[in-house]
Design a protein around this ligand. Structure first.
Ligand SMILES: NC(=O)c1ccc[n+]([C@@H]2O[C@H](COP(=O)([O-])OP(=O)(O)OC[C@H]3O[C@@H](n4cnc5c(N)ncnc54)[C@H](OP(=O)(O)O)[C@@H]3O)[C@@H](O)[C@H]2O)c1
Length: 260
């Protein structure tokens, strides 16, 4: 299927590694020019060089933090300066504080504040700044990466889920406000996506990985490419009548839970 987005400009936040990087790569494969935002300058430069040479697209790496509103302003100014337009914004974030705890044990307010900043407030701030550039062309796609835990309670995920649910609620409201400008607004809610790239920082034991596979209907983890492809579809022209949705990419985890 031709996604019809070659030559468009996409911002992918939190994109020096993991899901953000793989989404940016997937869009670059479609001929989309990409803007990367993360704190690691060296990783961004390496990725930019790779995407340019492998996919022949323009890449604007912006070094900055999702947590700093002056970086948000600088980011949007850089996009306007380099491309003069923005068509697609994939609002991916860093992770909540680790390790997560049981809901009743999350008593430290600073962890809630950190989670709010990391998962929700920056998504709202960047989407508000991205909107005028999209509206100017009467076409846009906003896609927030949330979590399937907004659809089903997962052990120790309350701290993270509360704010992802906030993102989903915000994006739903936004979709009804800015649809008139030709902009669709959706969420992609993953779970059980292979994160072995993070082995150094988060290690699931073999037992935990087996358990994660077991709770999916497909009895395996999802790949980064499978997740990125769903995001790319929502960013596409053919997906133009889909808005206000949250699409789970969880290998059937939520549905399978009803059968256990
Ligand atoms: N894997 C799953 O199944 C799953 C399920 C549900 C939700 N999620 C969520 O999906 C998101 C991405 O997951 P992931 O596995 O790709 O995480 P990851 O491997 O830890 O990557 C996080 C990315 O965010 C960037 N980042 C972190 N803090 C940042 C900040 N303050 N400013 C700018 N960039 C920042 C990091 O780059 P720098 O360090 O260079 O800044 C990195 O590129 C997370 O919110 C995760 O909780 C994942």
């Amino acid at each position: 299927m031709d996604l019809g987005i070659s030559g468009k400009v996409a911002l992918v936040t939190a994109s020096s590694g993991g899901i953000g990087m793989n989404v940016a790569r997937r869009l670059a494969m479609e001929g989309v020019n990409v803007v990367l935002l993360a704190r690691s300058a060296e990783k961004l430069e390496t990725l930019a060089a790779t995407f340019r040479s492998e996919y022949g697209v323009r890449v604007l790496p912006v070094v900055g933090s999702m947590l700093d509103t002056s970086d948000h302003d600088r980011l949007l100014a850089a996009i306007e300066g380099e491309f003069g337009r923005l068509d697609i914004a994939v609002l991916n974030t860093g992770r909540p504080p680790s390790p997560l705890r049981a809901a009743l044990d999350e008593t430290d307010k600073s962890r809630w504040d950190q989670s709010y900043d990391t998962l929700l407030s920056c998504v709202i701030a960047i989407s508000q700044r991205a909107y005028p550039l999209m509206a100017a062309n009467g076409w846009g796609r906003m896609i927030a990466i949330t979590s399937a835990s907004t659809h089903m309670a997962m052990p120790h995920h309350a701290l993270s889920t509360v704010f992802r649910a906030g993102v989903e609620a915000y994006m739903k409201h936004l979709s009804s406000e800015i649809g008139k400008d030709g902009i669709t607004v959706n969420c992609v809610a993953p779970a059980l996506i292979d994160s072995s790239h993070r082995e150094a920082t988060v290690s699931y034991t073999a037992e935990q990985i087996a358990r994660r596979k077991e709770i999916s209907a497909l009895k395996r983890l999802g790949t980064q490419e499978e997740l990125a492809s769903v995001v790319a579809f929502l960013a596409s022209s053919p997906a133009g009548f889909v808005t206000g949705e949250s699409i789970r990419v969880d290998g059937g985890m939520v549905t399978a839970a009803l059968h256990r």
